[in-house]
Design a protein around this ligand. Structure first.
Ligand code: ZN
Ligand code: ZN
Length: 355
């Protein structure tokens, strides 16, 4: 709240309307889906929700904010209560998290205030994780790796990708994941060459690569991991491609440091893969920040100019994809503390044979 108040002051804003659920959760602890928050440069917080969250909001927010439970519409509650905050004239809104219909409400019912777009105001505060946040991400990473450990012994040729996803998602729940931060990717054979494959009814065959990319969440914080295994003994070509991706992952995880630009971290893995002759087959970025959202700042990509801050958690996920043949991705989550990066996803990177 203090950091947000400083940022508002620097922008000449008296307050900001927050409409992004992860940003609202970050500031207030509220984990529900229906809320508007107005935060002022003086450190006041107005929180508006509906009847469904009356008890939950009281429990999660306590006296951190003035909580209004609105019977008709959140917007009605907002317009009624902003005037009770200290002198608000110029207010920001979250440009990336307001649909046009709600923007029109600002211009109509909210016309007595001046509205200015803001970008990444709270997101930039979320980049550096404090000790509690890091503990939640670490716990989520442990849930994810334990679930993978329970799943792989059950995988065999003849199972459909969807069945494997069912085994995996059951294990994630059993290990304590609150939800699935994104739809689990279970992609086999030629489908492993689709970097964002949708899990399908294809059945696993001997000789397939099997790529599993999935998440876990604890206290709202996400982990995100990918491992690629082979169903039955691997071919020489599979070993070769796997070895390049594994080395790229390890070289990048060993090199990434706070103070580096995102694009320089990306280049470590990309240059390695390039030198081995697979540069064209690594078409996506190296990684992304991880926290209340599975994709958040910072980015590790060819165009990311921003410097990586101490305390961020990012993924390292190089891949090689050959259409019609298959693909390999190995993804770990790392915490950028002052020294070398700490890997949070402790799961072997050896090429595992399943089934
Ligand atoms: Zn992933
Ligand atoms: Zn990822």
């Amino acid at each position: 709240m203090a950091a947000l108040a400083d940022a508002l002051g620097a922008l000449g804003l008296d307050g900001v309307l927050l409409t992004s659920a992860p940003n609202i959760r970050y500031l207030t602890g509220f984990s529900g889906s229906s809320a508007l928050v107005f935060a002022t440069a003086r450190g006041e917080l107005l929180f508006v929700t509906d009847f469904r969250y009356k008890t939950q909001a009281a429990e999660e927010i306590g006296d951190l904010a003035r909580v209004v439970v609105e019977g008709q519409s959140l917007w009605t509650g907002l317009w009624q209560h902003i005037p009770s905050l200290a002198s608000v004239e110029v207010a920001g809104f979250e440009s990336a998290h307001l649909v046009h219909r709600d923007f029109q409400r600002l211009l109509e019912a909210g016309a007595r205030w001046q509205w200015r777009p803001t970008v990444d105001l709270v997101e930039s505060l979320r980049e550096r994780k404090d000790a509690d946040e890091l503990a939640h991400i670490t716990a989520a990473a442990a849930v994810a790796t334990r679930a993978l450990g329970r799943t792989l012994p059950q995988v065999k040729a003849g199972l459909a990708e969807l069945e494997v996803a069912g085994v995996l998602e059951h294990a994630l729940r059993a290990e304590g994941s609150e939800t699935f931060p994104f739809p689990s990717i279970v992609a086999s054979g030629p489908r492993s060459a689709l970097p964002h494959a949708a899990t399908s009814s294809r059945t696993l065959q001997r000789g397939d690569f099997l790529l599993l990319d999935f998440g876990a969440s604890v206290a709202g914080y996400c982990a995100d991991i990918t491992r690629t295994v082979v169903v039955g003994p691997p071919s020489d070509e599979q070993r070769e491609v796997y070895g390049v991706v594994r080395a790229a992952n390890e070289v990048a995880a060993g090199a990434v440091r706070p103070g580096m630009r995102g694009r320089d971290a990306d280049a470590v893995a990309r240059d390695y893969i390039d030198r081995r002759g697979y540069g064209d087959a690594f078409g996506h970025s190296l990684g992304h920040g991880l926290g209340l959202e599975v994709h958040e700042a910072p980015r590790l990509s060819r165009t990311a100019e921003a410097v990586l801050a101490v305390g961020t958690v990012v993924t390292i996920e190089p891949g090689i994809y050959r259409p019609g043949w298959g693909g390999v991705r190995i993804e770990d989550d790392v915490h950028l503390s002052t020294g070398a990066a700490d890997v949070l996803t402790h799961f072997t990177r050896e090429l595992l044979v399943v089934g």
